[in-house]
Structures are given as structure tokens and as C-alpha cells.
Design a protein around this ligand. Structure first.
Ligand SMILES: C[S@@+](CC[C@H](N)C(=O)[O-])C[C@H]1O[C@@H](n2cnc3c(N)ncnc32)[C@H](O)[C@@H]1O
Length: 281
């Protein structure tokens, strides 16, 4: 038993609406994936029959979507900074708002060869790899506490043909502080463990260790801000993504550690999500 493309989309969209705010888009992405065609094909050929095997696979993926499993895990990839990254359930799905961190880092990055950068908590490697693709001359070390994430990041780096040093480390613990960095950046876990959003939607399927550092959500940010000065050159920058309601706490913690010129940037929704501190002494 098979279906036409348009009725397969209508079926999938109605099922996905149980778990997603974008059910039609989800259904289209999954169907295009199963028939191995671009999404535009679905609009060009709405009356084509979906091959029986693809229809079976599609039904299984729609079932997983409403569990819910994020679309990026079902497709096995996610676009970030106009690059494709392999994405599995061992790592956080790279978010569009995190592109702001990459843009800011590229803007602030000194315009000379041999700049030293450290990214902490790399996940899929999306931030580090996007930076290295756009600034091949920088020296980049990227870390994660998860060996599985580092294995995935290595595969993504190889797909994009960039060389990055990957280090398994609990924040700074395995970083040699005789080698100082021009910039340290991180999108650490920052959701409070008690925040009910962790029990809703796609977040339920992502690794908790990538989302929440502990009870108040500031634990990892605090650890990074306190430790960073010992690993930064002067002048040097610390660039941190954080929650929309954490800007004041982050700025206070940065000031306490002698960071100056502290600024905050807003994401696509106008929310304060990225703080930058400069260390000059
Ligand atoms: C919010 S995710 C960010 C992933 C990726 N950089 C991104 O922006 O898509 C946080 C990452 O920090 C890592 N992490 C959590 N605790 C850590 C720790 N103590 N030391 C190093 N990395 C840690 C997680 O494994 C996860 O990959």
C-alpha cells in the first residue's frame, strides 16, 4: 500500500502536530529525506506515488518525530552557518542563535595570522569548524567532556577538511595554561535543572549534560568566567552564550574577574544571549 506525495504530507503533518510547532515542514523534510529528493520536488510532483519502501520508512520516522525525536536526529544532519553537520542524539543540535557567537568571534578576531582560539564544550564541533572554515589561519583547540561528542566533531571536521586540535577535558582541566589564548568561547549548558522547559518538546531528547549544568543554571558560566583569565592573553576576549535572563549575572561575574568593556548582543528575537568581556591586565 502506498500514497500520493500530497496525501502523505497531509497524513504526516497531522501526526507531527502532536509534537511539533512546524508539523507540515517536519512532514515535508522527512518525506523528502525518505524519497531522497529535495523538498521542492514535493511541490513539483504532488500526485506522484511514494515508493512502498519509502512510505514505510516515512511512517516509522513520523512515529519517532512524535516521541519526540528532533528532526535533526532523524535526518542525521543540521545546517549551521551555511555548512552541514552530522548530528546524532549524543550531541546538542546546533541552534541558529549560536551563529551569533561565530559571527561575533569572526568580527573580534585579530586580523593577523596565528591567532589562538579555545572553544569549550564543542558538541558536534559546529562552532569551531565554522570558525576554521572562515578563518583557516587561526589555531583552534576545541574540547568536550564527552568522548562521543569529540568523535562526532572529528568526523564533521574531516567532512569540511579542517584541522582542529580536539581535547577531552572537564572545562579547563586538561588545558595547558602555559599556552595562552587570544579568545576563549563557549556555549555551555545554562538551563536550571528545575526549569520545566527541560520536560517539554524536543529538549527531552537532547543530552541533559549539554543543556543543564545544575540547580541554578549559572554553574558552568561561573566556572568558565572564574578560570578563563589564567588562560587568556592580554588583551584577550571571553565570549559566552547564555540564557536570556542571565545577562546581569554574567556581567557581574565578569567584572569580578577583571573583565572590562563588557557588552551583550541580542539574538534574532531581540533577547540578550551573548556576553563579551575583554581582559586587558
Ligand atoms: C550547550 S552544548 C553546546 C554544544 C555546541 N558547542 C553548540 O553550540 O552546538 C554544551 C556542550 O558542553 C559540553 N559539556 C558539558 N559539561 C562539560 C564540562 N564539564 N566540560 C566540558 N564540556 C562540557 C556538553 O557535552 C555539550 O557538548
Amino acid at each position: 500500500m502506498s500514497e500520493q506525495i500530497d496525501s502523505a504530507i497531509a497524513w504526516g503533518s497531522s501526526r507531527c502536530s502532536e509534537a511539533s510547532d512546524t508539523p507540515k515542514l517536519d512532514a515535508e523534510l522527512l518525506l523528502a529525506h525518505c524519497i531522497d529528493k529535495p523538498r521542492s520536488y514535493l511541490y513539483s510532483w504532488p500526485e506522484q506515488l511514494v515508493p512502498a519502501e519509502a512510505w514505510q520508512r516515512y511512517q516509522i520516522l513520523v512515529g519517532k518525530r512524535i516521541e519526540p525525536t528532533p528532526i535533526a536526529y532523524l535526518l542525521g544532519q543540521r545546517e549551521f552557518f551555511s555548512l552541514n553537520f552530522k548530528t546524532t542524539s549524543i550531541a546538542l543540535v546546533p541552534r541558529p542563535e549560536t551563529e551569533l557567537l561565530v559571527e561575533t568571534c569572526l568580527e573580534l578576531c585579530p586580523n593577523r595570522a596565528g591567532v589562538d582560539l579555545l572553544e569549550l564544550g564543542t558538541g558536534t564541533g559546529a562552532i569551531a569548524i565554522s570558525l576554521k572554515v572562515n578563518r583557516p589561519d587561526i589555531n583552534l583547540i576545541a574540547t568536550d567532556i564527552s568522548t562521543d561528542c569529540l568523535d562526532l566533531a572529528r568526523i564533521n571536521a574531516s567532512d569540511h577538511g579542517v584541522a582542529i586540535e580536539w581535547i577531552e577535558s572537564d572545562w579547563f582541566s586538561a588545558i595547558d595554561n602555559t599556552s595562552l589564548f587570544d579568545m576563549i568561547l563557549s556555549n555551555p549548558p545554562y538551563i536550571a535543572a528545575t526549569d520545566p522547559c527541560l520536560m517539554r518538546g524536543d529538549l527531552r531528547a537532547e543530552p541533559l549534560s549539554a543543556l543543564s549544568p545544575g540547580e541554578n543554571g549559572l554553574e558552568a558560566l561561573q566556572q568558565l568566567i572564574v578560570s578563563a583569565p589564567a588562560y587568556l592573553k592580554t588583551p584577550g576576549y571571553l565570549i559566552l552564550e547564555h540564557g536570556f535572563d542571565q545577562q546581569t549575572d554574567v556581567a557581574r561575574m565578569m567584572r569580578k574577574q577583571r573583565f572590562t568593556e563588557i557588552t551583550c548582543q541580542t539574538d534574532l528575537n531581540g533577547l540578550p544571549r551573548l556576553s563579551i568581556g575583554r581582559l586587558t591586565e
